[in-house]
Design a protein around this ligand. Structure first.
Ligand SMILES: *Cc1c(COP(=O)(O)O)cnc(C)c1O
Length: 471
């Protein structure tokens, strides 16, 4: 392809994208294909001869589109949002076009300096104190892995990287029973062993870990000769939005000199609104905090903001400087690849710069506030429906509920059937989770273009289909 043809297809694809977004409400949210449907349409062997772009694009429409679940659909109420505001899509197009590797200052000075500024902007936006600096990681999973590695190395005075872990006592990491599976995987990959994750039971309406049990458990482990290394707290856990009481949990970590990491992957975006910050009161005492601008805030995936009280601990854990990565004659520069596990890095700060400038914080706050208010309204409306139990009240824009069917069907099976029937219907998309071992239905509002009418349709779809299944 020459660059004139590129310009032609670039325009074509941006037209396609605008039309796609404008007509999303006409498509089923969750893809309606069966496993294997799409692979059956893709040639089993690669072509020997070139295929022209018009054919590739036509095949994209024919083969790919039916197999897409539409995360940018305004009635996507499943999981968490993965918003891609148009401005951030454009910025990411620029990033893809330049395709720079932003691992060292000198391999992309603008990306490095923009990254520092954007982390400063985000830190100010969510109200973290200026003692935090940070880095943009690929994902919350990547940030949590970096934090767990730092925890491990700090606890053994950076001997683990060189000597391995086999001569060391068993390490222990503490978290609540609500944390995301990315914590498990970080602990596995860090060589600490999943059996050494200590899950503290949760209490209260916010389902935070019980502080007394945490303190007691750490002490018991110490007495038994184990090596406690860190505490991972969460603000807005995936199931139903559980929040640890950081005013209680983080001081306990400090009391035992343990590194602390706060996973606020989803809920962190809401902290741009001062009224929601009570959910993470005390966060300023954390060593490490992660939130994903690629979820609710609107920055195209991937973009995860990782804030650090003392980045030296992280850099000491992850930096390695073979000769070919040295920048001679320029000391004191930030080379962000030393702050994360992968060496190569995309220019992720650009989409934040486009996004935040285009909306202003006030524009972003308005969207999030609407989502929270609409979600609260929906929970109130559903609570008035016969047979509906709100199983967890809204935390930000996330709540859970379940139906008690009148026809005698097992409650768990009925609710799973309801979720499946709703998603087969296609007008909205929701998912289920377990709460105290019971199947409940999750609802979260957060897609960027979602309106109150979309939420009203969710009410209609949920109640109509439940009625149909009951009769
Ligand atoms: C989404 C989420 C994660 C994982 O985020 P990735 O960026 O996909 O790794 C971790 N923790 C919580 C609470 C989340 O909501």
């Amino acid at each position: 392809m020459n660059w004139d043809t590129f310009a032609h297809w670039g325009k074509h694809i941006s037209d396609w994208g605008a039309n796609y977004h404008k007509t999303l409400r006409e498509r089923p949210v969750r893809s309606q294909v069966q496993p294997g449907d799409i692979s059956a349409l893709i040639d089993a062997i690669p072509p020997e001869a070139p295929v022209d772009m018009a054919t590739v694009m036509a095949d994209f429409e024919r083969i790919v589109m039916p197999g897409m679940t539409h995360w940018q659909h305004p009635r996507f109420f499943a999981y968490f949002p993965a918003n891609a505001a148009p401005e951030s899509i454009l910025a990411d197009f620029l990033t893809s076009t330049m395709a720079a590797q932003c691992m060292l200052w000198q391999t992309s000075p603008a990306a490095t300096e923009m990254e520092t500024r954007m982390i400063d902007w985000l830190r100010a936006a969510i109200g973290l104190p200026t003692e935090f600096s940070g880095v943009i990681q690929d994902s919350a999973s990547g940030a949590t892995l970096a934090a767990v590695l730092t925890m491990r190395e700090k606890a053994v005075n950076w001997a683990g990287n060189s000597q391995g872990l086999s001569a060391l006592p068993k390490m222990r990491i503490y978290c609540s029973s609500e944390v995301h599976s990315s914590i498990d995987r970080a602990v596995w990959i860090a060589g600490i062993g999943g059996d050494n994750i200590v899950r503290i039971p949760v209490t209260g309406p916010l389902r935070g870990m019980c502080p007394d049990t945490l303190r007691h458990t750490i002490q018991t482990d110490l007495d038994a000769g184990l090596l406690p290394i860190g505490v991972i707290a969460c603000t807005g856990a995936t199931g139903m939005g559980a929040c640890d009481d950081l005013t209680q949990i983080l001081p306990i970590a400090q009391e035992f000199n343990l590194y602390s990491h706060v996973d606020a992957a989803w809920a962190g975006a809401a902290m741009i609104c001062p009224e929601f910050r009570t959910l993470w009161n005390g966060v300023d005492q954390a060593d490490s905090v992660v939130f994903n601008p690629h979820k609710w805030l609107g920055a195209q995936f991937d973009c995860s903001a990782h804030f650090l009280k003392n980045p030296d601990d992280l850099v000491k854990t992850l930096a390695i400087q073979p000769e070919y990565l040295k920048t001679h004659g320029k000391d004191g520069l930030i080379n962000y690849s030393e702050w994360s596990v992968p060496l190569g890095r995309r220019f992720r700060a650009l989409k934040l710069w486009f996004l935040i400038r285009s909306y202003g914080l006030e524009g972003l706050r308005n969207r999030l506030r609407n989502h929270v208010a609409w979600s609260e309204d929906l929970a109130k409306r559903l609570a008035t429906v016969d047979g509906v139990e709100i199983t967890s009240q809204p935390i930000l824009s996330l709540f859970t509920f379940r139906f008690h069917p009148k026809n005698g069907t097992n409650i768990d099976s009925f609710n799973q059937m309801l979720v499946d029937a709703i998603n087969d219907d296609g007008r909205i998309y929701i998912t289920q989770t377990l709460l105290n071992g019971q199947k409940v239905i999750r609802f979260q509002a957060g897609q960027f273009d979602c309106t109150q009418d979309d939420i009203n349709m969710a009410f209609d779809v949920i109640t109509q289909i439940a009625q149909r299944l009951e009769s």
